[in-house]
Design a protein around this ligand. Structure first.
Ligand code: FAS
Ligand code: PHB
Length: 388
């Protein structure tokens, strides 16, 4: 088989790239290790930046998002002194869209079906070869080894994928911060606790009240990163969540059975080289952020914006400048998002080694946000997404 670009990974990064390239007349083959059903069973991000909304519209995946998604013009921060709102619309004239990553991925799959795109599921042992010469990718399926010759390979295979590992250790720097806690998240068919997201700083630990729609709520509480989700009964989760949310919210919130329960460890990770010959890394294959700033999925989407622009310029105008600049351009935005996610994580979580001074500084960061428009504006500009 021969194509222009082989895309490893059929998650949001890989599918968006395939869709944008196909719309520009560029051939792709997507190789996904899992079944489509498995990919669409994963519950992950919930907040889309305006830039991500624009990208999905450009990809022809805006209709259901605008029908079923929920624009949010602000969010709440909660401390022991009570809850206050950060008004994105008032502070920076923009908003976010609450629409689950699972839904956006489903829309991308539907658009790729309509495009007649080649998405191969259960492609095992995927491996890129000869990235400095005549690139090709091999994979196993139905007991046979297959080969696809191509011009470029996009590594959209997430943090545990194969792509990053083919970049020689001496050619890349990996910068990481592992946070000393994780998030225990549940999904429940209940009315959301509030009309907008609530990020809560509490002496017992962080909590987040989010949602997917009017009848589907998503909640998280900070737990030790090695906590076992099965050790938490639904009752224990709801009781702990209510302790950490503002009283007026906890008193009236609806609880119910969890339909998904998982623990996600929090880390920041960056591979400082997102290109190696004909291979380009995008999304979680290149970087990971703690979900506190709702940046993970949005960063994956901005990578694809830059990468698709570079590939289209290469094929349409024989112009390689976008591809040459891709890694530096994407990483500038990645590091800004990592800083914001680190800052949001640092002001909202309880750190095991936190001393009284740390505690006071955290409280003053939150008081700054409560009292100063300028502090809230800086948060709002980062939360809704810096310009692409
Ligand atoms: P993905 O990991 O989504 O997709 C990679 C795909 O590649 C997968 O389908 C995988 O099966 C496939 N693959 C892997 N190895 C392969 C191989 N060798 N061959 C072929 N295919 C291979 N972000 C937020 O903004 N907010 C959140 O609340 C949030 N919660 C998260 C919770 C969890 C548990 C996780 C893991 C992530 C969360 N994220 C969140 C981040 C998440 O949304 C990612 O940023 C997003 O999935 C990135 O998309 P991709 O880069 O496409 O990677
Ligand atoms: C979610 O709804 O899953 C979500 C929202 C905002 C975050 C993290 C997760 O910062």
């Amino acid at each position: 088989m021969k194509t222009d670009v082989v895309i490893i990974g059929g998650g949001p990064s890989g599918l968006l790239l395939s869709q944008l390239l196909n719309k520009a007349g560029i051939g792709t083959v997507v190789l996904e290790r899992r079944t489509r059903k498995y990919v669409l069973s994963r519950i992950r991000a919930g907040v889309l930046e305006g830039g991500t909304v624009d990208l999905l519209e450009r990809a022809g995946c805006g209709d259901r998002m605008h029908r079923e998604g929920d624009p949010h013009e602000g969010c709440y921060l909660s401390t022991e002194r009570g809850m206050f709102r950060v008004d994105f619309r008032d502070l920076c004239g923009r908003q976010v869209m609450v629409y689950g990553q699972t839904e956006a991925t489903e829309d991308l799959y539907a658009a790729q079906d309509e495009m007649g795109a080649t998405v191969i599921h259960e492609a095992m042992e995927v491996m890129p070869h000869d990235l400095d010469g005549d690139p090709y990718v091999t994979y196993e399926k139905d007991g046979e080894t297959h080969r696809i010759d191509c011009d470029f390979v996009a590594g959209c295979d997430g943090y545990h994928g194969v792509s990053r590992s083919v970049i020689p250790k001496g050619k890349k720097e990996e910068i990481e911060r592992v946070y000393p806690f994780g998030w225990l998240g549940i999904l429940s068919r209940t009315r959301p606790a509030a009309d907008e997201l609530i990020y809560a700083n509490h002496p017992r630990g962080f909590a987040l009240a989010s949602m997917r729609n009017a009848n589907l709520s998503r909640y998280y509480i900070q737990v030790p990163s090695d906590d076992d989700p099965e050790a938490w009964s639904d009752e224990a989760f709801w009781a702990e969540l209510k302790r950490r949310l503002p009283g007026e919210v906890a008193e009236t919130m609806e609880t119910g059975p969890s339909i998904e329960k998982s623990v996600a460890p929090l880390r920041s990770y960056v591979c400082t080289r997102m290109r190696h010959g004909a291979l380009f890394l995008a999304g979680d294959a290149a970087h990971i952020v703690p979900p506190t700033g709702a940046k993970g999925l949005n960063l994956a989407m901005s990578d694809i914006h830059y990468l698709s622009e570079g590939l289209i310029a290469h094929y349409k105008d024989n112009d390689g400048a976008g591809l040459d600049a891709y890694s530096d351009r994407a990483l500038r935005r990645v590091w800004r998002a990592i800083r914001f996610s680190w800052w949001m994580t640092s002001i909202l979580h309880r750190y095991p080694e936190q001393d009284d001074f740390d505690q006071r500084m955290q409280e003053m960061e939150l008081e700054n946000l409560r009292d100063l428009d300028a502090a809230r504006r800086a948060m709002a500009l980062n939360y809704v997404g810096l310009p692409l």
